[in-house]
Design a protein around this ligand. Structure first.
Ligand code: CMC
Length: 432
């Protein structure tokens, strides 16, 4: 049923505008303001895009008040319990769950694209030994554009598909190269007899001088984290990928922009920051002091892993990861984990605190993920890279959705200019 339009009256001119209401399949309606500037000569002002839908999308739905997350309609809880990262990648990118044959073909194709050009490896070796891996990953991803001229026509659906397989397949290899470079260990080539996450762990932890057996518990834990991180609709990094891609830039440039946007501590960098914070807090008796700092606006200290722009309820991913922490730590024989104990206590105390209750600040996906990464032996500087590997799937899905839309236009926000009005240039000698 068509919804009645909103009517906007400009009190200064008496001009009226009809603002049509657009309804999605679920979620709040959106006011279509595209005629506003033409009718009224005004723009809308929404810094940080708090209430602005930047695009139409069929990929992921979040109900932040109810704590619901759906990938192509499927609840993330069901996928986490029964699916796999490769299947979720297929679902997000192609729109439907794969048949057995489709999944096998997809897995095979991803597996066959895991190697990277030796020249790309040499880029990694050129970095300083203590370079942050996110710096290396974003640079190497951007440089992939220099290797695949044969398949970078963004208007060719087959080229887009080849890109999507390449980037999903090669991200773990690029991440592992960055990790080995930091350690000063030889690079370990991908093994096509291993599944996606097992191969990643093998590239991270194997060394040429002795056999290495991937722990299936670790591979399964990583697979779960990757499913939960795979997409989150128009978050900052995905919006960055869309904006960069909307210029017609090659997709590797767009994904590299996404990696860079993800790095910030307000976004994917929070998983690394959570563990730093827990270590800084140290013991449970220090929690009140740090909560006071988090409430003090002049301190610049925030409770990392808490709060979310969209969730005003439990982040469903955090709930799943917290449960997984208990399971994975027990299976790995690491039940004595003081940082996990501290995180649980911090959550308990914060969720009773009026400041966090009134602002609806709950643990988000990053609060517990670092506990699992650390139990798997993944170094802290690599946590956000892990997030990037998983989110690449979401970035690809959004980039593909945007590029295949014939109505795509370059993304270009407006501004409310508050700088000097026009003035005349003065020669330097005449300036005071
Ligand atoms: N610690 C203390 N106060 C907080 C926090 C926090 N973690 N998060 C929000 N607040 C306060 C904020 O200061 C504001 O207070 P007031 O109303 O008094 O001004 C109120 O809560 C509303 O927050 P906001 O700043 O309007 O929230 P936002 O939507 O702009 O920011 C956020 C969302 C995730 C950037 C923010 O909550 C934050 O910085 N959290 C810590 C970093 C973090 O965990 N990031 C990971 C996000 S989830 C995964 C991902 O996106 O990658």
């Amino acid at each position: 049923m068509e919804k009645p339009s909103f009517e906007l009256l400009n009190p200064a001119t008496g001009t009226k505008s009809e603002l049509p209401v657009r309804s999605g399949s679920i979620g709040p309606d959106c006011l279509d303001i595209s005629a506003l500037s033409k009718d009224q000569g005004v723009f809308t002002f929404d810094p940080a895009f708090s209430v602005t839908a930047s695009c139409e999308s069929k990929i992921t739905f979040i109900d932040g008040d109810a704590g619901v997350l759906l990938y192509r309609g499927y609840p993330v809880e069901q996928l986490a319990a029964r699916s796999s990262f490769m299947e979720v990648a297929y679902l997000l990118i192609y729109g439907e769950l794969p048949s057995n044959t489709q999944l096998t073909a997809y897995r095979t194709s991803i597996t066959r694209h895991t190697m990277i050009n030796e020249s790309l490896l040499r880029f990694t070796n050129g970095f300083h030994h203590n370079a942050h891996p996110m710096a290396m990953v974003s640079a190497v991803v951007a440089s992939m554009a220099a290797f695949y001229y044969d398949s970078m026509d963004i208007h060719n659906p087959r080229h887009r598909e080849i890109f999507s397989h390449r980037i999903v397949a090669k991200l773990p290899t690029i991440a592992a190269a960055a990790h080995k470079h930091a350690l000063g260990q030889p690079f370990v080539y991908p093994r096509n007899d291993l599944a996606y996450c097992a191969n990643l762990l093998n590239m991270f932890f194997a060394v040429p001088c002795e056999p290495y057996q991937v722990d299936p518990v670790a591979a399964q834990a990583l697979d779960l984290l990757f499913m939960l991180h795979a997409d989150h609709e128009q978050n900052a990094s995905t919006s960055t990928v869309r904006l960069a891609g909307s210029t017609g830039a090659n997709p590797y440039a767009a994904i590299s922009a996404g990696v860079s946007a993800l790095w910030g501590p307000a976004h994917g960098g929070a998983n690394e920051a959570v563990l730093d914070m827990l270590e800084q807090i140290g013991t449970a008796d220090q929690i009140p002091k740090y909560l006071d700092m988090a409430k003090d606006k002049s301190s610049h200290f925030k409770l990392m892993g808490f709060g979310h722009r969209v969730y005003k309820n439990f982040d469903p991913r955090a709930k799943i990861i917290r449960e997984a922490c208990h399971r994975v730590l027990a299976k790995l024989g690491r039940t004595d984990n003081p940082l996990f104990e501290l995180a649980l206590r911090l959550e308990e105390i914060a969720l009773k605190d009026e400041y966090f209750v009134s602002r609806k600040l709950y643990p988000n996906v990053d609060f517990y993920s670092g506990v699992i990464y650390s139990a798997l032996g993944i170094p802290r500087s690599m946590y956000t890279v892990m997030f990037a590997i998983a989110r690449t799937v979401g970035w690809v899905a959004h980039w593909m959705e945007m590029i295949s839309d014939p109505a795509m236009r370059i993304g270009r926000p407006r501004q409310l200019y508050t700088g000097p009005t026009q003035r005349d240039y003065l020669d330097v000698a005449k300036r005071s």
